[in-house]
Design a protein around this ligand. Structure first.
Ligand code: 6R9
Length: 652
């Protein structure tokens, strides 16, 4: 995690070039309009979309923290992403250049994508999907994933995309929590040169569940699949049988668009719920302004998987609402060779690249000669998201990938915020490596002390949002109380401020520097993982008595999962420590998914606890990061840490 000391010594500054500034789509007038009348500003941005029924009401905040935006208006999200562009004469523009990991590729124009989505919407309707029904999507990054999301949206139904790397157990929990009626999956997908099975995982996840009536299966991997007659249907067969025509109906702006599960501080993932009109307004406006989108000429590439919120807002909804041409890539950056991304940028002439610091750091490790072997001169703007980007990675990104000239936008936001909240605007902001910088026009950010006092620059505190914003979450699926408690209770008395869970520092210029999570949520390669969730997976293993998990600083992934485990006495003699570690790393992979697999599992005999029984993860983090152990005076047994660090030292 970024340390504040190294940040404060960062003094490099990069003003936009006069050429970039002259051609930029977003200038100072946006902030001026937003400052003059925030609600009128957002209403104007919403009116850039197509409304079946125009709205009169802009914001209804009569029942905080549950906001309603543009509530008396009606729109169709898929129509805005598709038909609208075709009707405007842009049907021939490429919406998606898709490249599979093995090198197969397909390009879909807006007209073709629209036809596909219409067919898919008819196919889903034929399976009984109606407004408000939940559809789980468990797919690799293939065009059908985008088609499936938009088809669900077109019907006013709600999608819940589950990242293809999640285990059967994780998928099952999400399907059950949302009571999904339909699951859309594939036989398998390509990853690191191999086909990984998805359908088999879905079969395991659905054993004994009752809500799911059908499973639609996209053919991708060509691998063998088991088939449940009456339940399973090939995607191609369903689409072939479906009508080509589908008229998009307008739905209320507050009609839910999707649920996306994210890790919280407790074991159970939260189903973050997003609406249609407000969400699409901010996703589209920020995608346009922050990425300086010129839809006629740009080729945009966001490398996120559609299973994460970045894939929702900046692969599917923002870019398609703006009529962008984009690249979609199925595989990993290093397959079949470590220059694969750079090869794709050269092949498609990518002009805007949006990726995560963890990817940049792993490319840094491989060395600049790999990207330097390709022609990256088409790139004119770079973006970063998912975790703080350390200044050295920022500079490398600009120098090596951006030819020392491209602006870099470091965008801070969350699953809960729905869209970008803090970022430079590339035509006007003088960039500071390591700082996400300023709230976007129409968003109000305050850094507060724990008691709610505003922090004066230069100082650090808690990141909060002062006023409701269009793409804010509308709640946690099935658990409104948890929504209030998690994000709003802390500063409720200050008039319902949103508490993001991140620490931040504000400098003399008012620029914001993100300092990482202040709760028990880890950030591994830009993915949020809960310590509690992994701990409960570990103690779910019959050999384990107790477990504590911490996020330790890691050069490549930002943070890495490190677990401390006490094995039950009755199992102690069965394996060596090394064997226990390996077994438990595999256990977490099965329980949650490979992204949660601990970098290390240390077998210990005790865990450091306070007198009230709270595990002191801070101390374990010290050990995991090889630091001197901090203050142990509140421990019930102050000798515990010595025993643990002696043990680790002996093993190392
Ligand atoms: C979009 C996304 C959200 C958490 C967030 C923060 C971290 C995201 C960041 C950043 C510093 C940035 N985060 N972007 N930290 N600078 N530019 O990542 O959503 O998966 O919900 O994670 O990620 O800690 O609270 P999500």
């Amino acid at each position: 995690m970024t340390s504040i000391d190294s940040l404060l010594t960062e003094t490099r500054r990069f003003a936009p070039s006069p050429e970039f500034a002259a051609g930029a789509v977003a200038g100072r007038e946006l902030s001026e309009r937003a400052a003059a009348d925030r609600l009128a500003y957002w209403a104007d941005r919403a009116r850039e979309l197509h409304w079946h029924t125009p709205f009169q009401s802009v914001l209804d905040w009569s029942n905080p923290p549950f906001a309603k935006w543009f509530a008396d208006g009606k729109l169709n999200v898929a129509y805005n992403c598709l038909d609208r562009h075709v009707l405007a004469g842009d049907g021939d523009r490429i919406a998606i250049h898709w490249e599979g990991e093995p090198g197969d590729s397909r390009s879909l124009s807006y007209a073709e994508l629209t036809t596909q989505v219409k067919r898919a919407a008819n196919a889903l309707a034929a399976l009984g999907i109606r407004q408000g029904d939940r559809v789980a999507i468990y797919l690799p990054v293939v065009p059908e994933a985008v088609v499936a999301m938009l088809a669900v949206a077109r019907l006013g139904a709600i999608h819940s995309v589950v990242f293809g790397g999640f285990s059967a157990e994780s998928l099952r929990a999400r399907v059950e929590d949302a009571d999904a009626k339909l699951v859309i999956t594939a036989d398998g997908g390509y990853r690191k040169g191999k086909v990984f099975p998805l359908k088999a995982t879905v079969d395991a996840a659905l054993e004994g569940t009752t809500s799911v009536q059908h499973v639609l299966v996209v053919k991708r991997g060509g691998n063998e699949v088991a088939w449940t007659e009456g339940r399973d249907i090939w995607w191609d067969d369903a689409l072939e049988a479906a009508d080509l025509d589908h008229e998009a109906q307008g739905f209320e702006a507050e009609n839910p668009l999707f649920i996306l599960y994210t890790s919280g501080t407790t074991g159970k993932p939260k189903g973050i719920l997003h609406s249609s009109g407000g969400y699409l307004t901010q996703a589209a406006a920020t995608h346009h302004d922050v990425f300086d989108l010129h839809p006629e000429t740009d080729v945009y590439w966001c490398t996120a998987d559609i299973g994460w919120v970045t894939g929702h807002s900046y692969v599917v909804y923002g870019p398609l609402a703006n009529g962008a041409t984009q690249l979609l890539y199925e595989g990993t950056p290093d397959t079949p060779h470590p220059g694969r991304w750079w090869e794709l940028i050269e092949k498609y002439g990518v002009t805007i690249l949006y990726t995560a610091p963890t990817a940049i750091r792993s490319f840094m490790k491989l060395g600049r000669q790999i990207p330097q072997g390709f022609d990256l001169s088409s790139l004119r703007l770079l973006g970063s998201v998912g975790e703080p980007i350390n200044p050295e990675a920022w500079i490398w990104y600009r120098e090596v990938i951006g030819a020392g000239t491209t602006p870099i936008v470091d965008t801070w936001w969350q699953t809960e915020t729905g869209a970008i909240m803090i970022s430079a605007l590339p035509g006007i902001t003088t960039l500071k490596p390591g700082s996400a910088q300023v709230p976007i026009p129409g968003v109000k950010i305050d850094i507060l002390t724990d008691d709610g006092a505003r922090v004066d620059p230069p100082n650090g505190g808690l990141l909060t949002v002062r006023e409701p914003w269009p793409s804010m979450a509308r709640g946690i699926w099935g658990d409104p109380d948890r929504f209030v408690e998690t994000y709003w209770e802390k500063f409720r008395d200050l008039g319902w401020r949103y508490f993001a869970g991140d620490g931040a520092h504000v400098d003399e210029d008012g620029d914001i520097w993100l300092l990482g999570r202040i709760d028990d949520v880890m950030n591994v390669s830009g993915h949020r993982l809960s310590t509690t969730e992994i701990e409960s997976a570990l103690v779910g293993n019959p050999m384990v008595a107790e477990a504590a998990v911490v996020g330790a600083a890691d050069e490549t992934t930002g943070q890495a999962v490190v677990a401390f485990v006490i094995v039950k006495q009755s199992h102690r003699a069965e394996h060596s420590d090394e064997e226990f570690s390996e077994l438990l790393r595999a256990h977490v992979t099965t329980a949650i998914g490979a992204i949660a697999r601990p970098r290390q599992v240390f077998i210990v005999t005790e865990l450091p606890k306070t007198r009230s029984g709270k595990i002191m993860r801070r101390l374990l983090r010290d050990v995991a990061e090889g630091r001197a152990i901090g203050d142990t005076t509140t421990l019930a047994d102050t000798s515990v840490m010595q025993v643990i660090s002696d043990k680790l030292a002996a093993g190392a």
